[in-house]
Ligand binder design. Structure first.
Ligand SMILES: Cc1cc2nc3c(=O)[nH]c(=O)nc-3n(C[C@H](O)[C@H](O)[C@H](O)COP(=O)(O)O)c2cc1C
Length: 232
């Protein structure tokens, strides 16, 4: 228990790294931890892309606007949020349940009927506003989940992907390594570099390594707790 809170406390955004590489086994353990993160309907919409090719790395630094952490980290990776993997991943969930003795009817119905309803937005997203309108009206009469339009789906996949990214950063901290999450980057060039289609976007880049003596640029600034936590 203590170790978890230590890792949380120890994690800071590090913007200057030592050149020491991140050992392969540390990286693997942290990625394995990240892949245990919770996700909406367990559809795990994320992808971690390790940028190791020198030319790709150079371009990624440019895409990250030449930020110091991107330039100094021994490891740079992109965490991608996928809107386009739900069918494949839904089928994998069903396959896993099938191989463990069968898919319960309620689970089958959830993944075969509800999930397509949530994720399908039709050509050019045309069904999105219709779905949202229907769920708004139904919500006047009874609690109703949003039947998502494309904008809602983007939030949905980024939410789960960010949880995986945070799990990865906390695991690195527990291993004595550091990270810098970066949303300061050019999303169009990032998509091109990583060969992503229109159904995927970079959630954040992560610079990873060990902090240098000047790695943490300032002391923590925390908002007063009563702004951040309330009870109703
Ligand atoms: C989604 C996200 C995007 C961020 N983008 C950047 C970034 O592009 N460049 C940067 O230097 N820091 C970035 N940060 C780091 C924040 O500035 C940092 O988390 C915040 O100042 C709190 O500091 P701490 O992480 O050391 O507690 C980002 C953090 C998050 C969560």
């Amino acid at each position: 228990m203590g170790e978890f809170f230590e890792a949380v406390e120890r994690r800071r955004t590090v913007r200057e790294f030592l050149p020491d590489p991140v050992p392969e086994e540390v990286l693997r353990r942290c990625l394995e931890a990240a892949l245990l993160a919770p996700s909406s309907s367990n559809l795990q919409p994320w992808e971690f892309v390790l940028i190791q090719n020198p030319a790709a790395r150079k371009e990624a630094e440019r895409i990250c606007l030449e930020q110091k952490p991107a330039q100094t980290a021994p490891l740079l990776l992109a965490v991608v949020a996928h809107l386009d993997t739900w069918r494949r991943n839904r089928d994998e969930v069903l396959r896993a349940h099938e191989s463990r003795g069968g898919v319960r009817p309620s689970l089958g119905k959830y993944y075969r009927t509800l999930i397509p309803l949530v994720y399908r937005t039709g050509p050019f997203g045309i069904l999105g506003p219709v779905k949202t309108g229907i769920s708004r009206v139904l919500s006047l009469f009874r609690p109703t989940p949003t039947f998502h339009g494309r904008a809602d789906l983007r939030v949905l996949v980024h939410k789960s992907t960010a949880l995986a990214a945070q799990t990865f950063m906390l695991a690195l901290s527990a291993e004595g390594f550091d990270s810098c999450p970066m949303e300061g980057f050019d999303p169009w060039r990032a998509r091109r570099l990583l060969g992503l289609g229109r159904g995927a976007e970079v959630c954040m880049f992560l610079a990873v390594g060990r902090r240098s003596g000047k790695g943490v640029w300032w002391d923590r600034v925390l908002m007063p707790e009563d702004w951040m936590v309330r009870t109703i």
